[in-house]
Ligand binder design. Structure first.
Ligand SMILES: Cc1cc2nc3c(=O)[nH]c(=O)nc-3n(C[C@H](O)[C@H](O)[C@H](O)COP(=O)(O)O)c2cc1C
Length: 213
């Protein structure tokens, strides 16, 4: 009986213990004075499917996340709009050591699970496995204050697409490589990230420095 209890405790506490191996990462304040003019960024935006595996600098990672979905007003609203400001989007950050959740109000990354989840995001596209960071955009459609699951999913997909476009434009403006991607192993990602039934992975963006030609 005692052994059975120990085994059960090990099974249920294992994900918690894994997440505890990772430490919270405090992000820098965003540098709002960087990047090209918006028309130049739009002119340069393109999907790039090859990138350097070297880690992003801490400032680049901080600015990338703020541009994607950071808080840009005192009332807590974001750089990306969401339907009715219900803020259904969560941004997961896959680094080689593990996955984190972007806590925008506190400007930090919260550990979710240790270990490399990039192969689950890659779904056959090899370059994703060595991208230094992959951002996973997830909509929790239960946050919409309406009782229409079909419409909620549609709105969630739209909100996620806008966050991805923020990432695309930021990367084009500062010379980073990225591509919006729908391919990923949804069931396994939902399991490993402990997503609820109403949390839907929408898109992911691998991000890295461009390869020198
Ligand atoms: C919703 C959506 C899903 C996409 N999924 C993938 C994907 O899984 N893998 C990939 O390599 N590119 C993906 N792309 C990128 C498109 O293939 C790319 O945007 C398109 O070929 C146009 O090229 P451009 O972005 O350089 O203009 C996706 C784009 C969008 C908008």
């Amino acid at each position: 009986m005692k052994n059975a209890l120990l085994i059960l405790a090990a099974i249920f506490l294992a994900p918690l213990a894994q997440a505890q191996e990772l430490k919270e990462i405090k992000l820098n304040a965003p540098d709002k004075n960087r990047g090209t003019a918006v028309m130049t960024a739009l002119a340069n935006r393109a999907s790039v499917r090859a990138m350097d595996s070297r880690p992003l600098s801490h400032q680049d990672l901080s600015d990338l996340l703020w541009a994607a979905y950071g808080v840009n007003r005192p009332d807590g609203r974001r750089t990306a709009p969401t339907a009715k400001n219900d803020q259904d989007i969560d941004l997961y950050v896959a680094l080689p050591a593990g996955a984190y959740l972007y806590d925008a109000p506190n400007n930090l990354l919260k550990p979710v699970v240790s270990g490399d989840i990039r192969p689950l995001l890659a779904a056959g596209q090899e370059f994703v496995k060595s991208a230094p960071v992959v951002l996973l955009i997830v909509s929790d459609y239960s946050r919409f204050r309406m009782n229409d699951p079909d419409l909620s999913r549609l709105w969630g997909a739209m909100d996620g697409g806008i966050v991805s476009q923020n990432i695309n434009i930021f990367c084009a403006a500062v010379g980073l490589a990225t591509v919006p991607r729908a391919y990923m192993d949804q069931p396994k990602l939902k399991e490993i990230l402990h997503l609820s039934a109403t949390q839907l992975p929408i898109l992911n963006n691998p991000v890295g420095y461009p390869l020198v030609k």
